[in-house]
Design a protein around this ligand. Sequence first.
Ligand code: KIV
Ligand code: ZN
Length: 524
Amino acid sequence: MTNQTDKDRVLIFDTTLRDGEQSPGATMTHSEKLEIAELLDEMGVDIIEAGFPIASEGDFAAVSEIAERSKNAVICGLARAQFGDIDRCWEAVKHAKQPRIHTFIGTSPLHRAIPNLTKDEMAERIHETVSHARNLCDNVQWSPMDATRTEWDYLARVVEIAIKAGASTINIPDTVGYTAPNESADLIRRLIAEVPGADEVIFATHCHNDLGMATANSLAAVEGGARQIECTINGLGERAGNTALEEVVMALKVRGDIMPFYTNIDTKKIMHISRRVSTVSGFPVQFNKAIVGKNAFAHESGIHQDGMLKNAETFEIMRPEDVGIAGTSLPLGKHSGRAALRAKLADLGYEVGDNQLKDVFVRFKELADRKKEVYDDDIIALVSATADGGTDRLQIVSLKVVCGTGGPAEATLEMEIDGKDVMATESGDGPVDATFKAVRALHPNQARLQLYQVNAVTEGTDAQATVSVRLEEDGVIATGQSANTDTVVASAQAYVSALNRLLVRRDKMGSGADRREISYKELN
Ligand code: KIV
Ligand code: ZN
């Protein structure tokens, strides 16, 4: 776009590591959070909401380390309207080059009832807590949670109080995904027009996707005057999720003709971070998801293919390269060496250390022996499945499964557990059931299987299957993923990988002392 000025710039506030990670089952490890924060910073996200420091020691440690490592982005932590929360948040973000405290309180009638505060008492609390945050940090964001269901007069009143107390960003959350585009635009427009001091601050929009309108509502809010969009990669988030970063960013880029705004995002980095967030959160991206779904740029029907061959613009409003999907590249084969693999990984956005390269290379060779051509998606599946590193306590040595139409399946599994070789044979209702039973026989556990999902990476009967397994034990959740041309082997590996991660998490968390006990919705 030409002739754009600062007032047309829309800041991107990413909350994948806070609102996204809060989604049940999407918990990430410390090192995964650091990796995602680094990718967000590199892609040009303006503000990274790195976590909710009071929630647990783990959240505090992640926010602190992300703050220390941050390069360009503002690093923000969330805090309820309580001095203790705000102090803890400041402790975590203060080492960032640009720290921000984000404090909030639920202002709608339903949310006011939780801490049982009158309107006046809540107004006083907002004044005190925003002032307190402002005394610690120059950059304070304030949110009236459930703003879209808050009475207009009260919303305008508390927004004015927060501005007077020193907040420089006012975020207007549609916490339950209730608003609609015209309402979203009008609300921001009216706040800017009628609240004293509103022209001195930035208004932000934070939408949830319960009615599938989060992207539309966020863009409408920008039309109404908001200049910060809060969003997550892949729309990760509780219930139906948050506004998807990739959707708002690409909508502004592709439809600059009717929405003359711009962001600082390097859109070529979208696909890589989308895959990483999907892998580490264990939340697969739906195939037909806008921008980052597997089918988003696939043109299957004959008519489409014919049109595409003549002119890509016939059916494409953006180019796959714009979001970081590499053009058709030559597949690797069994004669490809380590250097070719490293170059391919770099092309796909993966910087792997020597140890990980060794591991991926071994698995690549095994795969190339079974599969003539190894495509980009195969490589991505391999590297995603080997990203854990470290020494796993549980390792699969061998697996043999007998199954068919004549009776139950039988799995004979040999494992190395804490350095000791053990073996078990179990039967079950199908090969996967028998295999999982054999794992449990060798490593008894109470983990509940929350998710078991199989996807084919490429086409053909020799395609790799990626398997995702999510386990929950005693409130601790862990996911494992694996890829193999043998679906049962991939299933066993994903299950064992989830168990290994569960063990690591349990070791770190002890017997429950550091479980996430504080929810951002608890407002006492
Ligand atoms: O959805 C919401 O209201 C939130 C707030 C904490 C900003 O996530
Ligand atoms: Zn939210």
